[in-house]
Design a protein around this ligand. Structure first.
Ligand SMILES: C[S@@+](CC[C@H](N)C(=O)[O-])C[C@H]1O[C@@H](n2cnc3c(N)ncnc32)[C@H](O)[C@@H]1O
Length: 382
């Protein structure tokens, strides 16, 4: 949607930059001085013919008058999405801005002034991160066929109880109509694909995962089986706990179980999401929680789970087992001052056995909530 106030501010700045008073500009464009005043105060917009004249006089494109800094165009054979990333990328090693470099037929590369450079390999901007050693999720995919099978596999019924998580997340996303979405620890994007199908406004989606392999298959999948002409996709193989993005560069951070997938880096990931969000931006994500530490059901499940793990895994689970109130405290601690949540489903009834029944996806017994955590400038929600 075109923001008339923003267009007005840009028109006023352009007119002044070119050295015209409102009266002179109105004469030049053959319109009344009142029309100029209405455009510049956001009451109305110029017609297309007048916009064309103004774009010529001010030597800027009509798109940049209407969209300002949000407007990005591809350069030669470099796609618009890669030109856009030039505005927001930061070197994860030295925190200097990364600028787009492309020489003839060499791969698209971004480099900083300190000499660190990162190339787009198989359509994925590669920050040279590696998968968590032994991580079952991404290692389970041997090739693109295996990856595709996972997309089409029927969902575990334990995740199909309660409300539709996709509908609840969509309500929060649609309300914001974000222009830049980041999907944290996106994996195959089982969560975001249900949103991509519905998006009907221009968006850039930045898919972030530590695994380059998953992302290179995502690149193929989202260009063929899940294409939406409103959506530009960008793939960053990087650590979600050290995002290569400038502060305040993203409108919404989406995550379908992604924060908890980051395990020991979960809180660092949440904190990074907060950093890269614009003021007023939010993170919309699912999170597993313990219903009630005092209930017999929660106690039985926690005992079963903790008897099945040891060492680092046990330490991780002890941290991960939080209820809604504790989670909201964590969110506030990293700067999300406003937190709302919707319960998708409650805990499964605890089984009458001594043995924890799940080998993988060990949180599937837990309650699931969709959280909307909003970043607000200091003071506004205090
Ligand atoms: C099971 S997926 C989560 C589900 C996924 N969000 C979806 O919508 O399908 C977990 C992903 O987290 C990624 N991951 C784990 N640690 C990460 C980190 N520190 N930064 C980025 N991604 C990470 C893994 O590589 C894996 O692909």
């Amino acid at each position: 949607m075109i923001d008339k106030m923003d267009v007005g501010k840009r028109l006023s700045a352009l007119r002044k930059r070119e050295g015209y008073s409102q009266a002179e500009f109105s004469e030049l464009l053959n319109v009344s001085p009142q029309a100029i005043s209405k455009w510049e105060t956001g009451v109305s917009l110029p017609d297309i013919g007048t916009l064309l004249d103004m774009s010529w006089i001010c030597k800027v494109s009509i798109n940049s008058i209407l969209e300002g800094d949000d407007y990005t165009e591809g350069i030669g054979n470099i796609g618009r999405e890669h030109v856009f990333m030039d505005k927001i990328l930061l070197c994860p090693q030295c925190r200097q801005p990364l600028k787009l470099k492309k020489v003839c037929d060499s791969p698209i590369t971004y480099a900083c002034d300190s000499g660190h450079s990162y190339a787009v390999v198989d359509g994925v901007l590669d920050f040279n991160t590696r998968e968590i050693p032994g991580e079952l999720w991404s290692l389970a995919f041997r090739n693109y066929e295996g990856y595709l099978r996972e997309h089409h596999r029927p969902q575990n019924p334990n995740y199909r109880r309660g409300l539709s998580q996709a509908d609840v997340m969509w309500q929060a996303i649609e309300k914001k109509r974000p222009k830049v979405i980041l999907d944290m620890a996106c994996g195959q994007g089982m969560g975001i694909k249900q949103q991509i199908e519905r998006i009907n406004w221009p968006v850039t989606i930045i898919m972030v995962d530590i695994s380059h392999r998953i992302l290179k298959w995502n690149k193929v999948f989202y260009a063929t089986e899940c294409r939406n002409p409103f959506v530009d996709m960008v793939y960053l193989a990087c650590d979600g706990a050290n995002l290569p993005l400038k502060d305040g560069s993203v409108d919404l951070v989406f995550s379908y179980g992604g924060y908890e997938s980051m395990q020991a880096k979960m809180m660092a990931g949440l904190s990074e999401a907060n950093r890269v969000l614009k003021d007023g931006g939010c993170s919309v994500y699912t999170k597993s929680v313990v219903e009630d530490f005092e209930s017999e059901n929660s106690k039985a499940w926690m005992n079963l789970l903790l008897s099945a793990v040891s060492g680092d895994e046990e330490a991780w689970w002890k941290k991960e087992l939080v209820n809604v109130q504790q989670w909201e405290e964590y969110c506030r601690a990293v700067g999300f001052k406003e937190n709302a949540c919707t319960k998708i489903y409650g805990e499964l009834p605890a089984p009458d056995t001594e043995v924890f029944p799940f080998e993988n996806e060990m949180a599937q017994w837990m309650a699931e909530y969709v959280f909307v955590s909003t970043k607000l400038q200091k003071g506004r929600a205090d």
